[in-house]
Design a protein around this ligand. Structure first.
Ligand code: PLP
Length: 385
């Protein structure tokens, strides 16, 4: 392995790490110790204030503040992120902005490597006039960039892809896709659930139109919330049909319809924000901000590179891209019986998961030591032989 970079792994702040080798950041990141105090602070705010006080003093603004912090991690400006219940709702909010039936642009370009919510939600839009084109993958691992670009034409309304695939860790070329889509007058949505917090994102520089994701994985925030980034200069053109009173310009007027949207990203809200979720997510966000995503990415690439070399030397099949620029933070290693191997690794205190047809999904994060990564791979070698 290349020499260790200087990084504060902050291991003592993650109690879960004492119970074994946690390589599951693509699924459930470990809880930061500070989340306990944060959740207690939530309880105390609820206990000591009347509900109106708690809303006035902090809860109402909390979603905006959390959104701005997530925007920073995405490489976006303050005011570009609205907290959502989860990533699927964030995607549905975007879908509800289009009127496929009355537009000449009916085509949604997605890919075979996206998360199933993507497929389900766009497929459901075909009932209201959308035409979905799913770009195929020949190997189940990658999709040639040219093939993705070729699918984008003047009938395309939106290109909606995973930035990093949950299935293979394949990373698409965001900049090239945005450029091609914008040349054809189409918008771009990237699902960054598997990249935010692991890979440096540049929402602003890419000029990407939408990003969706959530807190549970690489952001160490638990199953707290999703988020939706909308390019600031695009926001005012969109009127999501998936809406609610919190998205109104003056929610406390409790005015009758029609809906009046605010000139802010809050137009993509729906109802009451999940306040305990936000309390639980903030400590993880803070740690990622302090460690720095650029450093996390350097560490991730150094270790995933070593893992792939190790796997290939052992003759294992890698179901992730070989080239670091095409990859996110996970390495997928094919094994015949995934669930059985996950159990056997779990018995040896190595925590990973598996997906059908993919094999093991293994994800070192900044808090893992090099020794842990090496030990996990040695145990896997022991179990495979
Ligand atoms: C790439 C990707 N998108 C979306 C999701 C699901 O997000 P949510 O459950 O918040 O809708 C996941 C979760 O595993 C994922 O990996």
């Amino acid at each position: 392995m290349k020499p260790e970079t200087k990084i504060n792994r902050r291991r003592e702040e993650f109690p879960t790490l004492a119970s074994g080798i946690h390589l599951l950041s693509h699924s459930l990141g470990p809880v930061p110790r500070a989340a306990r105090e944060s959740m207690i602070a939530y309880y105390e705010a609820w206990e000591h204030h009347t509900s109106e006080d708690a809303w006035a003093t902090s809860w109402w603004e909390m979603s905006t503040r959390a959104g701005d912090r997530i925007a920073g991690i995405l490489g976006g400006a303050p005011g570009s992120v609205q907290i959502q219940p989860n990533a699927s709702i964030a995607l549905s909010s975007v879908a509800s902005c289009f009127d496929f039936n009355s537009s000449k642009r009916k085509k949604i370009v997605t890919s075979a490597l996206d998360f199933p919510s993507m497929e389900y939600i766009w497929d459901a839009q075909s009932r209201v006039g959308a035409r979905v084109e799913v770009v195929a993958s020949d190997d189940g691992i990658t999709i040639p960039l040219e093939r993705l670009l070729k699918a984008i034409d003047d009938t395309t309304c939106l290109v909606a892809l995973s930035h990093v695939s949950f299935r293979s860790s394949y990373r698409v070329d965001a900049q090239a896709i945005v450029e091609r889509a914008h040349e054809h007058g189409a918008l771009v949505l990237l699902d960054v659930y598997q990249s935010a917090g692991a890979i440096e994102l540049r929402a602003n520089e890419w000029q990407v139109d939408f990003l969706i994701g959530g807190t549970i994985k690489w952001l160490c925030g638990g199953p707290a919330c999703g988020y939706l980034y909308v390019r600031p200069d695009l926001q005012k053109d969109l009127l999501p049909r998936l809406t609610g009173w919190v998205a109104h310009a003056a929610p406390f007027d409790f005015a009758p319809a029609p809906m009046r949207y605010p000139d802010s990203v809050r137009r993509f809200a729906q109802g009451t924000p999940n306040i305990p979720g936000l309390y639980s997510a903030l400590p993880g966000l803070q740690i990622i901000e302090e460690v720095g995503v650029i450093r996390v990415q350097e560490e991730s690439q150094r270790r995933t590179e070593w893992m792939i070399d190790f796997a290939l030397e052992h003759g294992w099949k890698i179901n992730s891209p070989r080239d670091v620029k095409d990859r996110g933070g996970s390495v997928m290693i094919y094994v015949g019986d995934g669930p059985e191997m996950v159990n056997r690794l779990g018995e040896r205190r190595v925590f990973v998961d598996c997906r059908p047809g993919v094999g093991l999904r293994i994800s070192p994060h900044f808090f893992n030591t090099d020794e842990e990564v090496q030990e996990a791979m040695a145990i896997l070698s022991d179990l495979i032989s």
